[in-house]
Design a protein around this ligand. Sequence first.
Ligand SMILES: *Cc1c(COP(=O)(O)O)cnc(C)c1O
Length: 381
Amino acid sequence: MYNEVIGFIRSLYPEGEVVPLYAPCFVGNEKKYLEACIDTTFVSSVGKFVDRFEEMVARYTGAAKAVVCVNGTNALHMAMLLAGVERDDEVLTQSLTFIATANAISYIGAHPVFLDVDRDTMGLSAEAVKNWLATHAGLKEDGCYNKTTGRRIKACVPMHTFGHPVKIEELAAVCEEYRIELVEDAAESLGSFYRGRHTGTFGKVGALSFNGNKTITTGGGGMLLFRDEELGTYAKHLTTQAKVPHRWEFVHDHIGYNYRMPNINAALGCAQMENLERFVADKRETAEQYKRFFAGSEIEFFVEPANCRSNYWLNAVLLKDKEAQQEFLAYTNDRGVMTRPIWRLMNKLPMFAHCQTDGLENTAWFEERVVNIPSSVRLDK
Ligand SMILES: *Cc1c(COP(=O)(O)O)cnc(C)c1O
């Protein structure tokens, strides 16, 4: 079976000795826009591509406003600040995520609480959040508090794992009931929609990433999505050193951040956005082929949840147990087909080992079984 898998993946990605897990795709105006930056000398913090990129992403996602950042991690940091998370608050999130989600919470001095994911989404479970809050939380005049630790529970950060949308409306309802801010880590889900609405636009703030391995790339980059235009305008101010506009004076009215994406990266982003729908269509076609190939075999292909259109950022298969997972990883990587296990769980890392968790039953089940398989866009092939 594993040998057939190798053959099939190589038929999808025939070029090169090693099939990478993910390689970026440049088939549009990338060079032209980069050249325009260099020719005009506008490569840095000022330039027309920044505004254009923000407008393109806002229009595509339906956000009232979009604000660029230097990367997805500092977009998440900013999202925590904008959600009003403060030192010693608690923030509910999933243990099954990339480290950036938990790091962003920690930059504020807040404490992540790691809760379970759903089996059909691999993302934060509304039921798990509801159950945990029913046991641990109490509402007070000024918000939701953890009855055991005494800390305020300020925000909840679901992550749309591998581009598959979580049950975001159910999570939004639980958060509303407990007066907790909803922040979406949509780093992996540009191009993914839940009931026709783009991921990252349900919460107070959503964060995207344009790292080299994401669905579109700006080299490095991130973006904040807002439903509230005014909050977006404030985010723009904070991410650009909180400088008060003036023709020559240097006056700043907050402790700001230098989180603005340079024009040269935004130029790449504009060119990539022009092809986003083609990329997603291509990725969904690849996923469809994987799905057909694995149907009826001992390896299960993970499909998009109900009521969603997933971008299938990273395709994932489920092996029958940990032993099979390790065998499959060794077999494929030994033969030049790059595959990777899912991230080591946050609560198993030394920095977060002391954090509160629930039973993490589905989380542990996924950790032992998930393997990501090559998922690059194939348009240039
Ligand atoms: C990629 C990613 C980020 C942000 O990563 P950057 O490399 O900083 O852009 C955040 N969260 C998740 C889940 C990610 O996959």
